[in-house]
Design a protein around this ligand. Structure first.
Ligand code: FES
Ligand SMILES: [Fe+2]
Length: 330
C-alpha cells in the first residue's frame, strides 16, 4: 500500500547520472521508475537509454554489453541493437525476428546532467530543459557534488521549498522567510527573502528556486556571494528516490575565499537536508492539509503538482480493443 495518494512515478525529466559517469563507449546499468535500464555513450558521443533486458533470452545489456558505433551488442548471444532499440544484426541467423526491439527513452544531456523523460503512458516530452548561464562559465566553479538515497516521494521533497514555517522550526533559521510562489505551466518559481549564515557573517539575500516538474530544480542565492544549486530527484522504486545536488559558486577575486564560501554553503545545505530526512522518511501525506495563515503557499504548490500525474486508470499500456461508451465528463 502506497504511502501516497498519487502515482509513484510522475511525468517529466529526471536525472539518471552526471555526464562524467559515462565516457565514450561506456555502458552502465541503471534502476529507476521501478525498471532496469541500460545507459551507454555511442562512439559519436551521444547518450542513449534503453530498457535493460534483451528480448531474445533476457540478458541485461548493462552487464557486459558492448558499444559499436551507435549500437549496443548484447553480451549473451551478440544480437546488436541500434539507438532506436531495433535489432540490426543477429550474427548467426539469416532473418532478424520482427519483434526484436527494445524500448528506448528520451534523453537530454544538459548542464553536465543526463536526464530521461518519464511518462506513464509513454508520451513524448512536452517541454525541454535549457542550458544555464553558469554551466561551463569560467566565472563559476564546477559542481561540488553530493548525493543521498531517501525513502520519500518527489512531491514530498519538493514541498520543502514552499513550506516556509519549517525553516525556523526544523533548520533554526533566524526568521521565517517570506516566500512568493508562482506557477507557469511546468515551472514553479518560489522567491524568498532570507537571512543566511555565510563565512562573512549573517547576510540577507534572495533565494530564487525554479522547479521544472519534480525531477529538476535550480536554486540561486544572491547576496554577498552568488551560488547555484542544481538538484535532481529521481524515483528508484516504490520506496526510494535518488537525490543529487551539484553546487556552484561565482568565483571571487580570491580563489581561497571561493572554495571556503562554496564549502560553507554546501555544509549548510547538507546540515538542512540531514534535518529534513527523518521527517520525510516517516511522515504521512495529509490531504487536504490543515493549513493556517502563517503557512507558505502550499495550496498553490499542490495544485501545480497535479499536472505531472497520469492516473492509474489512464495508464493502461494498450488501448482497449472493445469500443468504449463515451466517457461521462464530470
Ligand atoms: S539474450 Fe541477448 S542476444 Fe541472447
Ligand atoms: Fe527543509
Amino acid at each position: 500500500m502506497s504511502r501516497f495518494p498519487f502515482p509513484r512515478y510522475p511525468n517529466g525529466w529526471f536525472q539518471v547520472a552526471y555526464s562524467d559517469e559515462v565516457a565514450i563507449g561506456g555502458v552502465k546499468p541503471l534502476k529507476y521508475f521501478g525498471k532496469d535500464l541500460v545507459m551507454f555513450r555511442t562512439e559519436a558521443g551521444k547518450v542513449e537509454v534503453l530498457d535493460a533486458h534483451c528480448p531474445h533470452l533476457g540478458a541485461h545489456l548493462g552487464y557486459g554489453g558492448k558499444v559499436e558505433g551507435d549500437c549496443i551488442r548484447c553480451p549473451f548471444h551478440s544480437w546488436k541493437f541500434d539507438a532506436e532499440g531495433m535489432c540490426v544484426e543477429v550474427p548467426y541467423a539469416k532473418k532478424i525476428p520482427d519483434r526484436a526491439k527494445i524500448r528506448t527513452w528520451h534523453v537530454n544531456e544538459v548542464n553536465g546532467l543526463i536526464m530521461v523523460w518519464h511518462h506513464a503512458k509513454g508520451e513524448p516530452p512536452s517541454w525541454g530543459i535549457q542550458k544555464n548561464i553558469e554551466f561551463e562559465n569560467p566565472e563559476w566553479t564546477t559542481y561540488e557534488k553530493r548525493s543521498w538515497r531517501i525513502r520519500t516521494h518527489n512531491q514530498e521533497m519538493a514541498e520543502n521549498a514552499v513550506d516556509t514555517a519549517h525553516f525556523h522550526y526544523v533548520h533554526g533559521t533566524v526568521e521565517q522567510p517570506t516566500s512568493k510562489a508562482e506557477a507557469d505551466k511546468h515551472v514553479l518559481r518560489v522567491v524568498s527573502q532570507t537571512k543566511m549564515r555565510t563565512p562573512m557573517g549573517k547576510t540577507t539575500g534572495t533565494v530564487e528556486s525554479l522547479s521544472y516538474g519534480f525531477g529538476y530544480s535550480l536554486t540561486r542565492f544572491t547576496g554577498i556571494v552568488e551560488t547555484l544549486l542544481v538538484a535532481g530527484v529521481t524515483p528508484i522504486d516504490d520506496e526510494y528516490v535518488d537525490v543529487r545536488f551539484g553546487f556552484a559558486v561565482r568565483k571571487l577575486m580570491n580563489g581561497d575565499a571561493t572554495s571556503t564560501v562554496g564549502a560553507a554553503f554546501m555544509a549548510e545545505i547538507e546540515r538542512q537536508l540531514g534535518q529534513d530526512i527523518p521527517i520525510w522518511e516517516n511522515k504521512i501525506y495529509v490531504t487536504p492539509p490543515l493549513i493556517c495563515d502563517g503557512d507558505g503557499p502550499i495550496g498553490l504548490y499542490r495544485r501545480w503538482c497535479k499536472q505531472f500525474y497520469t492516473m492509474e486508470n489512464q495508464a493502461l499500456p494498450m488501448a482497449p480493443t472493445q469500443p468504449q461508451p463515451e466517457a461521462a465528463t464530470a
